[in-house]
Design a protein around this ligand. Structure first.
Ligand code: URA
Length: 440
């Protein structure tokens, strides 16, 4: 086979065979196909798209490019979750301990944040000592002993995706639905899940800005999962305003702990209950119509009686984190400068733009514009209003947590533009737009 022929075939709108896709992915992973040919191939896919069969073949080729985790010795039927990334998305921190406390073991590898979207691993690292890098043996041992593990992705997991994603990032080929779907699903399949809950975010603070494109991405991922024999649920959830209130690493850990103790913002609590209940239902392989409502009630009890919090504590302890920070979140990293931004006039909140809040948080140093940027765990923004709220002049709209006066001023300037007001009461935003299921 020749790389040029495969590139030309896709460029001219042809459908690639399973063997051609595998040959190309393997060749690029082994460095026998250079970046310039892989870039041309990606651009041809970006422009021409891929059939469902090609998309599944690409996913499987990337999943097979490194180690595939076999969780079956410790979890007979493994359930995983993935969020396409949003602002204030600390759902994994809440949901994983809850689901594990309900007796469904969870073993998850998570990513770091890039751009406006935060990463679970960065958030966990605000707990002193928390180890995000575990060997395969440690990973398996922890699931066996504690029924929960939450760590970073190993380099040997779908290395083809790591290389291709980095190349897409610099060749204008990230926003392609088959490329995004195969990239996400290759990592999930390699990580050993039998069933996967996808939280596909829609809105200004998400990759997908509109419900229709998010539904199409979700549909493609569900189709890939079904094609690979996995049980799938995909929820389309709102990301026009931040989820919960806290945006920033230690602030989000604090809010996750509050939520696990039965408090926290109502939207975050409800979101976590729904995602968690789908995981419980899949993990127990329950299909009855009442199973979801029962699981929601069970997880709500585990929030209110501290069962989920105890499991989070156990997780942090098992991974070497300082449990005193979990018991007393005031001990988590704290910023030196804390400033409220007040409302200028009375009115109803019509929009709290998630992307603007994310930009302000990036300015403060809570995220990274480039992969190598350091992050400050202490800084961020707490959103003090939600769409539909009535506010009076002087009420706080945001609280900024900063470690640098100039950065605080930049964040303030952005946040002053982030809220839109209306005179009449606006409709609150829906939490979820749709749910898609596999038909296995
Ligand atoms: N997240 C991924 O893992 N891959 C993509 O292509 C986009 C988002």
């Amino acid at each position: 086979m020749r790389a040029t022929e495969i590139i030309e075939k896709k460029r001219d709108g042809g459908e690639l065979t399973t063997e051609e896709i595998r040959w190309f992915v393997e060749g690029y992973t082994r460095d026998s196909i250079p970046d310039y040919q892989a870039a041309a191939w990606l651009m041809a896919i970006f422009l021409r798209g891929m059939s469902p069969r090609e998309t599944l073949d690409l996913t499987l080729a990337m999943a097979d490019s490194g180690d595939r985790l076999d969780l079956s010795p410790v979890i007979p039927y493994a359930v995983d979750k993935h969020s396409t990334g949003g602002v204030g998305d600390k759902v994994s921190l809440v949901v994983l301990p809850l689901v594990a406390a309900a007796g469904v073991p969870v073993a998850k590898m998570s990513g770091r944040g890039l751009g406006f979207s935060g990463g679970t691993i960065d958030k966990l690292e605000s707990i002193a000592g928390y180890r995000v890098e575990l060997s395969d043996e440690e990973f398996m041992q922890q699931v066996r002993d504690h029924g929960i593990v939450l760590c970073g992705q190993t380099k040997s997991l779908a290395p083809a995706d790591g290389k291709l994603y980095a190349l897409r990032d610099v060749t204008g080929t990230v926003p392609s639905l088959p490329l995004i779907a195969s990239s996400i699903m290759s990592k999930k399949l390699a990580a050993g899940a039998n069933a996967i809950v996808l939280d596909v975010k829609v809105g200004s603070g998400a990759f997908m800005k509109h419900v229709e494109e998010a539904r199409e991405l979700a549909r493609i991922m569900v189709e890939i999962g079904s094609g690979a024999g996995r049980e799938m649920v995909a929820l389309l959830s709102d990301m026009n305003q931040p989820l919960g209130c806290a945006v920033g690493n230690a602030l989000e850990v604090r809010e996750a702990i509050e939520t696990l103790r039965g408090g926290g913002p109502a939207d975050l609590r409800q979101h976590c209950l729904v995602i968690g209940a789908h995981m419980v239902r899949l993990g127990r392989q329950e299909t009855g119509s009442g199973a979801l409502d029962e699981a929601i009630a069970e997880l709500a009890d585990l929030m209110d009686n501290g069962g989920g919090f105890e499991k989070f504590r156990e997780l942090v302890n098992a991974q070497g984190g300082d449990v005193s920070m979990v018991d007393d979140p005031q001990r988590l990293p704290r910023a030196r400068l804390v400033e409220d931004i007040p409302a200028g006039a009375d009115g109803f909140v019509a929009a709290v733009d998630a992307l603007t809040v994310a930009k302000a948080t990036l300015e403060l140093g809570a995220g990274r514009a480039r992969k190598s940027d350091p992050i400050d765990p202490a800084v961020g923004v707490v959103v003090r209003c939600k769409v539909g709220d009535q506010v009076r002049a002087g009420d706080p709209l945001f609280t900024i947590h900063a470690n640098d006066g100039a950065k605080l001023a930049q964040a303030r300037a952005l946040l002053e533009q982030a809220v839109q007001f209306s005179e009449g009461e606006p409709q609150p935003l829906p939490a979820f737009y749709d749910t898609l299921y596999s038909e296995n």
